[in-house]
Write a protein that binds this ligand. Sequence first.
Ligand code: FAD
Length: 455
Amino acid sequence: MVTNDDLLNLKAIVGEKFVSTGESVLNLHSHDESYHPPVLPDVVLWPHSTDEVSRVARYAFERKIPVTGWGVGTSLEGNPIPVNHGIVVDFQEMQKILSIRPEDFQVDVEAGVVYKELNKTLSRNGLFFPPDPGAAATIGGMIGNNASGIRTVKYGATKDYVMRLIVVLPGGQVLRIGNRARKSSSGYDLLHLFVGAEGTLGLITEATLKLAGLPANFMALRVTFPEVRKATDTVFQVMNSGLSPAAMEFMDSNVIGVLNRDRNLAMEESPTLLMEFNGFSDEGLKAEMTFIEEICRENGCTFIDKGIGKEERDRLWEMRYLTFESIKRQHPGLLPLIMDIAVPLSHYSNMAAFIKQEVGDLLAYVFGHAGDGNIHVIVMDLPSDRSRWSRVEEANRRIVEKALAFEGTCTGEHGVGIGKRCFLPDEHRESLELMKQIKNLIDPEGIFNPGKLFI
Ligand SMILES: Cc1cc2nc3c(=O)[nH]c(=O)nc-3n(C[C@H](O)[C@H](O)[C@H](O)COP(=O)(O)OP(=O)(O)OC[C@H]3O[C@@H](n4cnc5c(N)ncnc54)[C@H](O)[C@@H]3O)c2cc1C
């Protein structure tokens, strides 16, 4: 338990105004966007510097108080829920873009920078940070979960963009890891140990990120198919055609239906692919478009909406960003269990067919970053109704087991958090033990984001 003395000592480190035990603040930091039950922290802190984070970590270590990092809490697997209470370290006061180095395609940022704001600033230099999870996530939270998103098929995930980190370890030690070179073979890859660690090994205070040049021109298509397999086979064929989509998303007819109802749209309620391609000239993009249309027609597509240019791209894509909100709004009182499996592309069609069969009797929405072999299933139901919810959990288990049988993963991008812990023994087998040893070595008291990754 955090005592009054602890509060006084923590206030001495970060400043009185930046420590709160107020009810609404604790509530706000007790849950993410998942169905996992909220747990209140004892106190929330807003440090301003690596030094303050280090002093907080040292203090917490001495007092054995749990410490959980917090970006904006948009995780989908309970990742930032402070399940053992203690201190939540919110990085909102560490939002500085420290240095933009356009000549090196790099930027140095504090962990609390929101990537959308970062990209607004970078666009003045014709640059951007490509991983795009959609929600208004922070760089610290994206590194914590190794987030990815719609552009990952072309540009990669957060891990591909992290070059240097400043990390505070549980005892307060500050590590500076990585360098500015575009490649390095120097020693163990400690940098990536902290990417996707969900704050269980260290608190990231600063990062140097690789950047990409903004695309010159855009082309997008929304294509509907008579059945799921026709759409998913198209994914495989486009990916194998030598083209390089900047995004390739699948949505089943339930997703299109919920968007129609929620947004008053009139899209054909059939399995749908959304695709984006980037290029230099309209001519080049038109040639690619003709080729893709041919592949879609060969797979029996029933409708193609297409356009060239940024405005057309935004028109065709707007609804994709609204999916999660629309599903939630259309089912008031129900909560989402969100699956996030990823499989090799050659198994994508069979995986999608298996999922549709498994969730046939549930209120389920199937969509995902198809070009990465990533499928999300959102099932809306009531966790408090045990018999119904165990049916949802059973479908989740069977779907993950199938993904693992296809040599895939239980989580393509949302992280393990609370909900995926039970699948780690099957996915990682003997290497899970080494992960636990690493955790014990770095965090012997088990105070950094306890209750996550491992059961
Ligand atoms: C509508 C919606 C759509 C989404 N779509 C995607 C998607 O397409 N792809 C995707 O990958 N995710 C997606 N997400 C999930 C989520 O947005 C991402 O995982 C995001 O990276 C979380 O960032 P955050 O700032 O909210 O972090 P939080 O949720 O606050 O924290 C994430 C994890 O990182 C830890 N953490 C936070 N800050 C630090 C730090 N400075 N140092 C160390 N650890 C830290 C936390 O303890 C936690 O374990 C979506 C979420 C929503 C609500």
